[in-house]
Design a protein around this ligand. Sequence first.
Ligand code: NAP
Length: 323
Amino acid sequence: MRYIVIGAGAVGGTIGARLHQGGHDVLLVARGAHYDALKSDGLRLITPETTETLDIPAADGPVPARDDDVLILATKSQDTIAALAGWPEDLPVVCAQNGVANERMVLRRFSRVYGVCVWLPAQHLEPGVVAAHGHPYSGMLQVGRYPQGVDDLAEEIVTDLGKRGLVARAVPDVMRWKHGKLIGNLANAVEALVGRADGMATVVERARAEAMTVLDRAGIAYNTPEEEFQVRGHQVDVRPVEGVSRGGGSSWQSLARASGSIEADYLNGEIVLLGRLHGVPTPVNEVLRREANRHAREQLPPASMPLETLVALIDERCAAESR
Ligand SMILES: NC(=O)c1ccc[n+]([C@@H]2O[C@H](COP(=O)([O-])OP(=O)(O)OC[C@H]3O[C@@H](n4cnc5c(N)ncnc54)[C@H](OP(=O)(O)O)[C@@H]3O)[C@@H](O)[C@H]2O)c1
C-alpha cells in the first residue's frame, strides 16, 4: 500500500512520518515553502523523545495513481474540496481531520471514505518541520468506514498506523467518536480568541452544553469526554518538546500563522448548522464561529480578544435570542 498524505502539516506530517518509520511507502503532498523544504531537506519530526529528519518523497499536487494508493486527507476542513481536486475518485480517502463534515463532502465524489477520530497534539512549526507532543505515542487514532462499519481496508490501515509511534484501532462507529471529539473541539475557537485566560472554561462549557442539547435533539450519538478519556487517558500524554512551546491547538495555530482562514465553520459552525436544522438556538457557538472567522480574516494574532469582550458578545447574543 502507498499512503499519500494530502496536507502534510501538523497531523499529516506526523502520520506520514510515523507510517514511513513503520516501513511503509509514503508520499507527502504539500504546497508553497513547505513543499520546497520537504523536497530539498526532507521532513524534520520533533517529538519529546527525539528529532529525526526523514527523507520522504513529496509532491505538490496529484501524481499518477497506483492501484494500492490510499489518500490520507489531513488539511483543515475548509481546504478539503480544493485539496482533493485532480485525484482519481476511485481511490479510498481517509479523513484524518476534526469536525464531522469532511466525510460527507468527500463521499459526494469518492465512493470509499473512511473517518479518523484524531487525537494527536502537533504543530507545524515552519516549512519542513513538524513537532508532535504526544508521549509515549504521538497520537491515538480511531478509524472506521464512513458512515459506519469496519472493512478489511480499515483493518489494514489500523495495522499499518499502529506499527510505529501511534495507537490505532478500528471502530464500527467512527462518527460517534468524531461527534464526541467535535464537542471537545468547540474550545478551539475560544482558545484562539482569548487564549487560556482564567474563566475561559466557563465559555467552553456553555458552548459544549449548547452542542449536547443540539445533538440530543438531532438524535446524533456522541461519546462523552469521560468515555474518550478512559480510552486515551492511559495511553497518550502531552509533553513539552525541547525548544518548542505549544501555544495552542490547531485553530490557535491558524491565527498564529496568519493563514487567513480558520476551521470554525466546521466546528462551532457545525453546531450552528444543526441547531438551525433542528430548531435549537445556538447563540454561544454563533458568536464563536463569527468572531473566529473575523479574527482569521483580519489576521489578528491569537489571544487578542479580552475574555470580558467575548463574554459580553455572547451574553448580548443570548439576550437577543431570548427576546
Ligand atoms: N494540530 C493538532 O494538534 C490537531 C490535533 C487533532 C486534530 N487536528 C485536525 O487535523 C486537521 C489538520 O490540522 P493541522 O493542525 O494538521 O493543520 P496544518 O498544520 O495547517 O496542516 C494542514 C496542511 O494542509 C495544507 N494544505 C491545505 N490545502 C492544501 C492543498 N490544496 N494542497 C496541499 N496542501 C494543502 C496546508 O498548507 P498551508 O499551510 O499552505 O495552508 C497545511 O500544510 C484539522 O482538521 C485539525 O482540526 C489537528
